[in-house]
Write a protein that binds this ligand. Structure first.
Ligand code: PLP
Length: 374
């Protein structure tokens, strides 16, 4: 798996972790982020991103998103830079990066580090180079829902080699996943491979979500990660052999998967355009690997229930500017009123599945519920 990733990213500076968020934490630490520092990030992300910042005592500084790309712009990022800014995070949202070169140039001129959140984007490219090539470093996720899966997992790519020595030092304190955690992951992988059939999918998903909320399985986010900004015990862990094995298997299908995603996305764009609905601008498609296809709807919860009834695996990224947090945003230093675009997107967005064999099933569902589509 390591070799294939190295080859894809054209670098040997790849380091593996228990989850993508842990890779981000390592990078922030390597860049010297500490109490009193500020880290700029998009206000349309997963809560584990500001968590990693908070765990180091630094302050997340959010930037509203642009509603075409669901990413930040260099202009909006620039407004938030202060003399405390240590790092700027760019995000490859749903497989799309935007204005990364501009943001990197801006950051360099002010001696600020940059990290690209490529958790959605492994396999895709940005302006002719693999996603993650432009910033000082990038991190990737190999969780169930990400481009290829190791169960849970993640890795980082270091582009700025001046940081290597510091990374080696930081990695010395990495813990080995516990036997119990490795075993649970193995069970989940087995379930996913052998028991998760279309007929049992929804029951299993609900069970998995409930179990992970109760901290009974290795879920993608533990209860305390979405309820507090305290670092969970044993957070800073490496990747285990269970994960490498699973990744080895799943990485083989990545290229075909990517083609399928882009093909389906084109079908969705065509359809939404014909119906006069909001679609992903074709000008943005060249670099878009479409892990998910963003769709804006009215009555989001009702729409999701209808999708579930029709057995369509509709995504719900991001249902909050710091997904999936729905309350106490102030814990993460987030004042919702400052981010109208992110609020609109998170209130109205669902994601069409792009890895389906037959997109017509999805189109039929949309046809039936077209009144709810924006
Ligand atoms: C999934 C995700 C992460 C975290 O990845 P993990 O491997 O689950 O830690 C970070 N940022 C974004 C935008 C994500 O969607």
């Amino acid at each position: 798996m390591k070799q294939a990733i190295e080859q894809y990213l054209g670098s040997k500076e790849i380091y593996f972790y228990w989850k993508g968020r842990v890779a981000l934490y390592a990078l922030l630490k390597v860049m010297g982020v500490q109490e009193g520092d500020e880290v700029i990030l998009p206000a349309f992300t997963c809560v584990v991103v500001p968590n990693a910042i908070k765990y180091l005592g630094a302050k997340p500084i959010y930037v509203d998103i642009d509603l075409n790309t669901y990413n930040t712009t260099a202009e909006k990022v620039c407004e938030k830079i202060t003399d405390k800014t240590k790092v700027i995070l760019c995000q490859n949202t749903f497989g799309l990066s935007s204005q990364v070169e501009e943001i990197v140039a801006l950051a360099r001129s002010k001696n600020i580090y940059t990290i690209e959140d490529c958790t959605h984007g492994f396999g895709g490219t940005y302006n002719g180079k693999p996603n993650g090539s432009y910033c000082d470093a990038a991190f990737y996720s190999t969780q169930w829902n990400k481009p290829f899966s190791t169960g849970v997992g993640g890795f980082l790519l270091l582009n700025n080699l001046d940081l290597k020595e510091s990374l080696v030092t930081v990695n010395q304190s990495i813990e080995v996943p516990k036997l119990k955690e490795r075993f649970m992951l193995k069970v989940l992988q087995f379930v996913k491979r052998h028991i998760l059939k279309p007929s049992t999918y929804w029951t299993m998903v609900k069970l998995y979500r409930w179990l992970s909320k109760m901290n009974l399985v290795v879920g993608s986010s533990q209860g305390e990660e979405i309820e507090s900004v305290n670092m969970p015990e044993g957070y800073f862990k490496g990747m285990s052999s269970v994960q490498f094995k699973e990744g080895e298997r799943n990485l083989k299908g990545l290229k075909n998967q990517l083609e399928l995603r882009q093909k389906n996305a084109a079908v969705y764009t065509d359809y939404l355009k014909k119906k006069g609905k909001v679609f992903v601008d074709e000008q943005l498609n060249q670099n878009h690997s479409f892990l998910k296809y963003p769709l804006l709807v009215q009555k989001r919860d009702e729409f999701l229930d209808l999708a579930e009834g029709a057995r369509i695996e509709m995504g719900e990224w991001f249902n909050s500017p710091i997904h999936p947090v729905q309350e106490k945003h102030e814990l993460w230093d987030l004042d919702l009123s400052q981010f109208p675009n992110a609020l609109k997107a998170s209130a109205e967005m669902v994601n069409l599945p792009t890895d389906v064999k037959d997109p017509q099933v999805v189109l039929n569902f949309l046809d039936k519920n077209i009144d709810l589509v924006k």
